[in-house]
Design a protein around this ligand. Structure first.
Ligand code: FMC
Length: 239
């Protein structure tokens, strides 16, 4: 007869074995080429021209070694019909799914830009899917908050009500999709978002977004590098 099934103990064992494991394989999901390019250069990654992805999809993969880490950066690429970056949840979820299957990462990092709200001093807890990284946030002085995702740069009044009701402090167009797939496939995930625009500020969102994109991408690039340097050689319990 099988011994009684102790689910609690099993979960504990799983968590322990995850936390002791060192992180060696990092997958970045990045929506826009402008956001990805500086990192591709920084980590000296090469584009995979013989793609592991299905033929004809616009998804782009860059990969290589940086310090002790194996790094993949994937982007949805340019929409086949419209020629613009495939931002948003639909492409993000498919790309995340296919990339986890193909590269079996230890951790997913969704890096990109986001809109922020004027008040950004809330400490968001209980985010279901994000991996808890207290040491990383403290060491790099990163603000921690709740991220809200929708398929629009602009914010409708309905979105606004929901965002405020849930205490979200940043707003993007991919995070929840990446979180959903990461949870589905049980891969730890973290989100790094650099703020391009103040949603509840005076300037129109799209205008402010475009104005700040280059400068914010630079800041994102620096933070991502610091995060990768911090993660390098560490186990999950140390981040
Ligand atoms: N609202 C929603 N998304 C964004 C934003 C805002 N105020 N600022 N920056 C973004 C991010 C989204 O995640 C997309 O990838 C891209 O930038 C906007 O097209």
């Amino acid at each position: 007869m099988a011994p009684p099934h102790d689910e609690k103990a099993e979960i504990q064992v799983n968590e322990d074995s995850i936390s002791q494991r060192s992180i060696s394989n990092v997958l970045f999901i990045i929506a826009m080429q402008t956001e990805a390019s500086p990192l591709v250069n920084k980590f000296q990654l090469t584009e995979d021209l013989d793609s592991v992805f299905p033929k004809g999809v616009p998804w782009v993969r860059y990969h290589g070694k940086y310090k002790d880490l194996s790094i993949n950066i994937v982007c949805p690429g340019k929409d086949n019909t419209l020629g613009v970056d495939g931002v948003g949840t639909v492409s993000a979820s498919l790309l995340t799914y296919a990339s986890v299957q193909a590269f079996q990462p230890d951790i997913i990092i969704n890096a990109g830009t986001a809109g922020g709200f004027k008040v950004f001093d809330l400490y968001g807890v209980g985010s279901r899917q994000a991996f808890y990284t207290p040491n990383l946030a403290k060491e790099l002085s990163l603000k921690v908050g709740k991220l809200s995702t929708g398929d629009s740069l602009d914010m409708s009044t309905v979105d606004e009500t929901a965002i405020h009701a849930n205490d979200a402090t940043v707003k993007d167009m991919e995070g929840a999709a990446v979180a959903y797939v990461a949870d589905l496939l049980k891969v730890p995930v973290i989100f790094l978002k650099a703020v391009t625009d103040i949603i509840d500020g005076d300037k129109p969102t799209a205008e402010e977004f475009l104005q700040n994109l280059a400068a914010v991408t630079l800041a994102l690039d620096q933070t991502v590098t610091q995060v990768v340097d911090f993660i390098n050689g560490k186990s999950f319990s140390e981040i």
